[in-house]
Design a protein around this ligand. Structure first.
Ligand code: ADP
Ligand code: MG
Length: 561
């Protein structure tokens, strides 16, 4: 009876599943380590690629950490944080996405034994944050500025950064060819920030080497009506009219109801429609434009009309391409053909319609404002070109970053080894437990050179010992030494031009530490089985620790907190 009087305190809905404390932390760490294990093998120039096959039957081959993480569809709530940091690294700096996931995984791995031994996570977090700040200070100190060099020098320095990024990709074999293309593209758009001013067009067929850069705009012709063959395909200094209207004969009479008392009036209604379109076309011709582009359709009547007057036209140009044409040629998009004045017409030095592979391309080059560039990518399989595009995107981002923020550090694990050495040295000056934690953080940083070796099939322990010895030289001359990917020994990465913009490293270290601390600060995940009963089994399985993936099909609809 007494027991009945003592009411139970119910905080959460009945049946809510909670797991708490150390077990929860360890399980979260395990899940994150499993995620890091997936991307581990893709790091570096000898890294492998992943083929991801989704339930719709699409296959993607990629080496890019962010792309792989996105496609994996991870459902484990803690491991999802790693997906987020990979994505943020991708949008912030564009490269270093595998690095960031790997670092976060390794920081957690180093933290795990401490957690298991009962160290309070807050102690670890505090030390990790200190170590992170020290590491970033050190990167800034070691960074070498490329500011103040001549344009020619700068161009070749930037190309080296781009080549380092590309060396780990499928198109790594042609990295110098693409690196200089990327640098030209980025430098030609000048200060304009908008990434979409660099267009990448993919045309299957041919070889990689057939890819080319257009200093201006190029786009695929979407649709051709009869009569287009008679249009001229080449112009020097043409005036360009950009439109956002349809130039098509509309059979409005079929949509409207018209009552006529006199059958002879019927003809006038049909004529009216023709007059409207002819009037529009006439105005386009009178504007003096030699090239007419429109967002919307340009029908066969208009095509023929323009062909008769030696004018080139293309309809259904995509919004993005039209924007690029606007920026490049200095024209403005018109929504009416009334009063087309000269100021709204664009121009360029050279216009041509050309066959590229199986496609017809409209190419505008030598544009006056020169704020756009287009890379036309060629190559065999579709998946290959897709991956090439992603790789170029990384390289473009890196060059843009390096232009703005012109400091670089030595890659190939050199910078990571140097920070690691510095932190170890620093830790010896600290009294108390923090010394151990900072030491572990330093050890975790060694994962980058270690993994580069593992992926290339070198003896990682041997190479790392050599590197440690080199970096420990009191003169500091060993600082730029990293893994030599060609011989399996060590080499001066800086002298070999394996360069990375320092923002890549700073951002990666910051994001990985943040993610690690976030995961360490979670000691409980609360799940309500009722709201998830359909996928309960799958989610619970994923919660169990390593191997925490489940397909989207089961994960979808899960309520997330
Ligand atoms: P992420 O997605 O993190 O950019 P990558 O697969 O591109 O991963 O690998 C980047 C790593 O490879 C960097 O640490 C970089 O320093 C290293 N790297 C790139 N090129 C070379 C090279 N030629 N020799 C040694 N290391 C290299
Ligand atoms: Mg990379």
């Amino acid at each position: 009876m007494a027991a009945m009087l003592q009411p139970q305190i119910i905080l959460l809905k009945e049946g809510t599943d909670t797991s708490q404390g150390k077990a929860q932390l360890v399980s979260n760490i395990n899940a994150c380590m499993a995620v890091a294990d997936v991307v581990r093998t893709t790091l570096g120039p000898r890294g492998m690629d992943k083929l991801i096959h989704d339930d719709k039957g699409n296959t993607t081959i990629s080496n890019d950490g962010a792309t792989i993480m996105k496609l994996l569809d991870i459902v484990h709530p803690a491991a999802k944080i790693l997906v987020d940091i990979a994505k943020s690294q991708d949008s912030e700096v564009g490269d270093g996405t595998t690095t960031v996931v790997l670092l976060a995984g390794e920081f957690l791995k180093e933290a795990k034994p401490y957690i298991e031994d009962g160290v309070h996570p807050q102690n670890l977090i505090r030390s990790y944050r200190t170590a992170c700040n020290l590491a970033i200070e050190k990167v800034k100190e070691l960074a070498v500025s490329i500011e103040g060099k001549s344009m020619e020098e700068k161009r070749s320095l930037l190309a080296k950064c781009a080549a380092t990024t590309l060396s780990s990709k499928l198109i790594g074999g042609e990295k110098d060819f693409f690196a200089s293309m990327v640098v030209d593209a980025v430098l030609s758009i000048g200060d304009d920030d908008r990434l979409n001013m660099i267009g990448i067009k993919k045309v299957a067929g041919g070889t990689m080497r057939d890819s080319f850069l257009v200093n201006g705009v190029a786009f695929k012709k979407t649709f051709s009506y009869a009569g287009f063959e008679q249009q001229p395909k080449k112009f020097i200094h043409p005036k360009i009219l950009l439109l956002n209207i349809e130039l098509e004969l509309k059979s409005e009479k079929e949509n409207a109801e018209i009552r006529l008392s006199d059958p002879s009036q019927y003809q006038s209604i049909v004529d009216a429609e023709w007059n409207i379109i002819y009037e529009k076309l006439d105005k386009c011709v009178k504007s003096g434009a030699k090239v007419v582009l429109s967002r919307l359709a340009i029908g066969d009547l208009a095509t023929q009309y323009f062909a008769d007057r030696d004018i080139f036209c293309a309809g259904r140009v995509t919004e993005e391409d039209l924007q690029r044409v606007t920026a490049a040629t200095g024209g403005t998009v018109q929504t009416t053909v009334n009063n087309v004045i000269d100021e709204v017409l664009g121009t360029c030095e050279h216009f041509e319609e050309k066959q590229v592979g199986n496609e017809r391309f409209n190419i505008f080059s030598g544009c006056p404002s020169g704020k756009t560039a287009t890379i036309v990518l060629r190559g065999g399989a579709e998946q290959f070109i897709e991956e090439a595009e992603r790789s170029l995107h990384d390289a473009i981002m890196i060059v843009r970053r390096a232009v703005k923020n012109s400091t670089v550090v030595a890659g190939g694990g050199a910078i990571d080894m140097e920070i690691s050495r510095y932190l170890r040295q620093h830790s010896r000056t600290i009294k108390g437990k923090s010394q151990l934690f900072i030491n572990s953080y330093a050890k975790a940083l060694e994962i980058i050179p270690r993994q580069l070796c593992d992926n290339a099939g070198f003896d990682a322990t041997d190479v790392l010992n050599k590197l440690r010895q080199k970096h420990a030289l009191p003169s500091g001359e060993g600082a730029p030494y990293g893994v030599d990917i060609n011989t399996g020994g060590i080499a001066n990465s800086f002298a070999n031009f394996v360069w990375e913009p320092s923002v890549v490293k700073i951002n990666a270290i910051n994001a990985a530490t943040e993610a690690c601390c976030l995961i360490l600060s979670v000691d409980e995940t609360v799940k309500n089985p009722k709201s998830e009963s359909a996928q309960g089994a799958a989610a619970a399985g994923a919660m169990g620790g390593r191997g925490g993936f489940a397909s989207r099909g089961r994960g979808r609809g899960m309520r997330r907190r």
